[in-house]
Design a protein around this ligand. Structure first.
Ligand SMILES: [Zn+2]
Length: 150
């Protein structure tokens, strides 16, 4: 499926899903959602397996460990850099059958009426542009280079 998969294409630097890469490991890649997908909100990350593994149930033990570590580190980085109300994470995979885990910040002050899974629907919420996104991703990347806290 690699040839037609949009996430495999993304990992080759092709297609509409390409976004700033925050961490590129042997087994997993962490990137920020591109500004062309959904609302341009800061702190919406994806943890993806390099291998075309369709679902969570298809991961190898090494991939599962790498995904878990990367998701935890992504959440820590978002909390440190954005001071959000909360960092959510979800695995759905209903649209693209290549494992990807969403890790995203709910900005401080988000109205209670905004669903947890749709933080971009807060019209007065924070937004990023190309330059502020690049700066944010550079700061987020530093957390993947540091030893684990605690
Ligand atoms: Zn794929």
């Amino acid at each position: 499926m690699g040839e037609s998969c949009p996430i495999c294409a993304k990992h080759r630097g092709l297609g509409p899903l390409v976004g700033p890469v925050i961490f590129a490991g042997e087994l997993v890649v962490v990137s920020h959602r591109p500004l062309t997908e959904g609302a341009p909100i800061p702190g919406y990350l994806f943890v993806e397996t390099r291998r075309h593994a369709p679902t969570l149930a298809d991961l190898t033990g090494a991939e599962a460990a790498a995904v878990g570590g990367a998701a935890a580190r992504a959440a820590y980085a978002l909390r440190s850099e954005l001071e959000p109300e909360f960092v959510f994470s979800a695995i759905t995979g209903r649209s693209v059958p290549h494992f990807h885990q969403h890790v995203f910040a709910r900005p401080a002050g988000t109205p209670a009426t905004i669903p947890w899974y749709d933080v971009g629907s807060w019209e007065d919420g924070p937004r990023v542009n190309d330059s502020s996104l690049a700066a944010l991703c550079a700061r987020l990347a530093t957390h993947f280079e540091q030893p684990w806290p605690g």
